[in-house]
Design a protein. Sequence first.
Length: 428
Amino acid sequence: MDTIFALSTAEGKSGVAIIRISGTNAVSAVEKLCGAAPDHRKTSLRVLKGRDGSRIDEALILRFEEGASFTGEKVIEIQCHGSNAVVSRLLDELAAVDGFRLAEPGEFTRRALENGRLDIAQVEGLSDLIDAETDAQRLQANRVLSGELGQKVQVWRKNLIKAAALLEATIDFADEEVPEDVRPEVKGLIDFVLSDLDMEIEGVAAAERVRSGFEVAIIGAPNVGKSTLFNRLAKREAAITSEHAGTTRDVIEVRMDLDGLPVTMLDTAGLRKTTDPVEAIGVDRATSRAKRADLRVVLLMPHEVSPIELDEDDIVLAAKSDLRKNVDRGISGLTGAGITDLIRDITKTLKKRAAIAGIATHSRHRNAMQKGQESLFAAKAAIEISGFSTELAAEDLRSAIRSLDSLVGRIDVENLLDEIFSNFCIGK
């Protein structure tokens, strides 16, 4: 394979930049730049020189041997000054070496997968960690990156292989008297895996929301203070406010971090019947988006009712509490009254939902587990009927194992790999 290299830190001027080199000739290339590479897992300060002998920079060189690096190959990391000129010159020098080329997006991580340093789920966890904006996202991504999902799949696989082996033993010795009925033990192994799968599948939706962000929609009739409240929560003039009803025509979004949870607040158009065709489009969009949101904050004036059907956890508040006396659960975006309580209630509700998140975090994981679950139900049904077909039950178990193996990439998933790695930056 070619030896690859890339800038692994962000482009632009910085104090330090890291250039990563991975491949068979990584060490020989850096020796051309500085004369000698440090020992394995050692760092040395070296003067880097170009092909013409001119000094490029003084940098720290870190060396990893094959089998002990991120990619599993020989790796050199050059920690140089983050000058655009220095980085550009070093990349030019590396590009001039025979057999060297600039890495493609995600290629370092792809080599780590191909060399058994990571499984596919860990690759997804690494991608999520790079994209993490809040502490909850960081914690969740680290759980996947640490290999927890792969460890769980290994336990499921071990139990299902044992169940399949028990069934297949009855096939192998079909002409002989089998000393005991294996069905109770097989059913017990299947039930154990099904129970685990139920919990993980249930937690995927919450895990996806932690990864991508919860949505909270502020809804109500026109001119009840939705945009004023939205701006107060956003701590900036994100939405236009006016005493004229119908000012907000589209859904406006602001990303927030609520105690580590990623939350997108939505300011929506006032919900009412209107003959204005443009406002009507805004009302339709607001209604649709509010229904899809994870949580709704409803602002109501006296004698008003919610314009849409609400869920149990949705928050209903008395709008414009600064203009009203003796209101329960009032809110005022103008004065800030009730803001602290609202943020606390939103955070509490969303944290409760996030608490059920498992270690399976993508819809791909859910689909693979559901497919495996279907095969296990089929296998269980097969062994519960009188005169059951051992061959069919064993094949259902093997099908379940293949589905669960796809979670961590033990089967051919080339198209999936292309999709995953397309989201990585070049230096990773």
